[in-house]
Design a protein around this ligand. Structure first.
Ligand code: ADP
Ligand code: MG
Length: 333
């Protein structure tokens, strides 16, 4: 009956599955393969977590800000106005500590106290009431030059033009001057070749002194406190900046918006920060300054946080801001 011809069932041994299709079960190998799959999944999860961690407090991935290369020569200085007509937002604190951090990076920095409160001078250990000559004399007296009022600070490479309450009179007296808005710029011009950066600490108003600072400046840093109403008043500030650009200083740019007094533990602080990023996008510095009592302490001792508490998070933050400011300078060129 059976002829074993084509189309007939093959002999029994042909039904065994050939090795090439599926090897006999090898528990050790299967376990090894499963372990590899698990390890890959774990690595992927780790990568995603790391990526999330790289998102800074502003919700964007934080780029690396490398230490800038040392300078072979100095100047001419870029002039930055530290400006917000609201008081208590961190203008003076940022001027001192950004200045000190830039000086640590080998930059020659001149800080200009342009607030009659003299807080910048006090914060650098100067008693403004004991000064014979200040920025007021520079602005009002024709025979006074920057060198006559210049003070060295305890930080190498960081110089100061100090002020005290006298400066409040300059605001009134300047009104009658020719080219009154250009006064500060004209007076600073001779020393710009000696410095890499000049930072002008503005008073909390948009009056004539601040307009002078904005006219002398290449760019503006706007510190914003991560608090209710942080953005209130910023429209007016932007409006002023635009007017100065149109009428007095076409080169003026917004260097960046700096979030200060940030408290990562409060939802409120995080919400304010995300609104600020929504409003200003990439103009917001990646560096955010956290709220810490170390800053008020530094005012009492009269030195920057970079020397008073050199390894503190506040010092680290201002050092990062300094590198970020210098990195923006490179990109802008
Ligand atoms: P502004 O110059 O805008 O008026 P200041 O820099 O003088 O602001 O800061 C106002 C007050 O807040 C000061 O007492 C200062 O020490 C304090 N301060 C500034 N920055 C911080 C911060 N990040 N955390 C806590 N306190 C701060
Ligand atoms: Mg101030």
């Amino acid at each position: 009956m059976s002829t074993n011809g084509p189309g007939d069932l093959p002999p029994d041994d042909l039904w065994t599955v050939p090795h090439a299709v599926a090897p006999p079960a090898d528990p050790a190998r299967e376990a090894a393969e499963a372990a590899t799959v698990l390890a890959n999944a774990a690595a992927e999860a780790e990568q995603i977590a790391a990526q999330a961690a790289r998102l800074g407090p502003t919700g964007r991935p934080v780029p690396r800000f490398p230490d800038p290369s040392p300078l072979a020569s100095h100047g001419p200085a870029r002039v930055i106005a530290m400006c917000n007509q609201k008081g208590g937002v961190g203008k003076t604190t940022t001027t001192i500590n950004l200045g000190a951090a830039l000086a640590e990076l080998g930059r020659r920095v001149l800080l200009v106290d342009f607030d009659p409160q003299g807080a910048l001078s006090v914060g650098l250990g100067v008693n403004p009431h004991e000064l014979d000559r200040t920025v007021y004399n520079l602005v009002m007296e024709r025979d006074v030059s920057v060198d006559d009022i210049l003070l060295k600070t305890n930080v190498a490479g960081l110089d100061l033009l100090p002020s005290n309450i006298d400066l409040s009179a300059a605001e009134v007296q300047l009104v009658g001057e020719v080219a009154r808005e250009q006064t500060l710029g004209r007076l600073l011009a001779p020393v710009l070749p000696d410095y890499d950066l000049v930072i002008i600490d503005c008073q909390p108003s948009l009056g004539l002194l601040t307009v002078n600072a904005l006219t002398a400046a290449d760019s503006v840093i706007i510190p914003l406190e991560c608090e209710f109403f942080a953005l209130r008043g910023v429209a007016l500030l932007m409006d002023t900046l635009q007017k100065v650009q149109e009428r007095l200083n076409p080169q003026l740019e917004v260097e960046g918006i700096l979030a200060t007094m940030f408290d990562a533990r409060t939802l409120h602080s995080r919400e304010v920060l995300s609104r600020v990023v929504e409003a200003f996008g990439d103009r917001v510095f990646h560096t955010v300054i956290a709220r810490t009592v170390r800053f008020p302490e530094t005012t009492v001792v009269g030195e920057p946080i970079t020397t008073y508490a050199s390894t503190s998070p506040g010092a680290t933050a201002y050092r990062q801001l300094a590198r970020e400011v210098l990195a923006r300078e490179v990109t802008a060129r």
